[in-house]
Write a protein that binds this ligand. Structure first.
Ligand code: F3S
Length: 117
C-alpha cells in the first residue's frame, strides 16, 4: 500500500506534504510539475494528507477512479524525480482548492475529498 499524489498537485506543488513526511518519500518532477510519492518508501502514515491545500493526496483505498492512473504515474515519475524534504514556494498560478474542485466539475467529475482532510 502507498499514498498517491494525484493530478490536483500538477502546476500547484505547494510542498507542505514533503515537510511532514517521516520517511522522505516525496520526489519533485518538472514534467509534470508536481511532487510524487515513492511507493516503496511510503509507510502509509497519513500525515501528508491534511497538509495539502488542494487535497491532492489519497490513500490507495480511497483513490478516485478518475485519478486511478496516478498510482502507476507516481511509481514511474519517482525515477526521474529529485528528493524534496523542505518547503518551497508554490508554483506561480497554483490553484486554490475551490478552483481545483471547479475544474473537476467542469469535466463532469464529482471527486470525493481524501479522508484525512
Ligand atoms: Fe502537491 Fe499538495 Fe504536496 S499540491 S506538493 S501534494 S502539498
Amino acid at each position: 500500500m502507498t499514498h498517491i499524489v494525484t493530478e490536483r498537485c500538477v502546476n500547484c506543488r505547494y510542498t507542505d506534504c514533503a515537510t511532514v513526511c517521516p520517511v522522505e518519500c516525496f520526489w519533485e518532477t518538472t514534467d509534470p510539475a508536481m511532487l510524487v510519492i515513492d511507493p516503496d518508501t511510503c509507510i502509509d502514515c497519513g500525515l501528508c494528507i491534511p497538509e495539502c491545500p488542494v487535497h491532492a493526496i489519497y490513500t490507495e483505498d480511497e483513490l478516485p477512479e478518475q485519478y486511478a492512473e496516478w498510482k502507476a504515474k507516481n511509481a514511474e515519475l519517482v525515477k526521474k524525480g529529485t528528493n524534496l524534504t523542505q518547503k518551497k514556494d508554490a508554483l506561480p498560478g497554483a490553484l486554490t482548492l475551490e478552483q481545483v474542485q471547479q475544474k473537476e466539475r467542469d469535466r463532469g467529475w464529482d471527486i470525493p475529498e481524501p479522508g484525512g482532510t
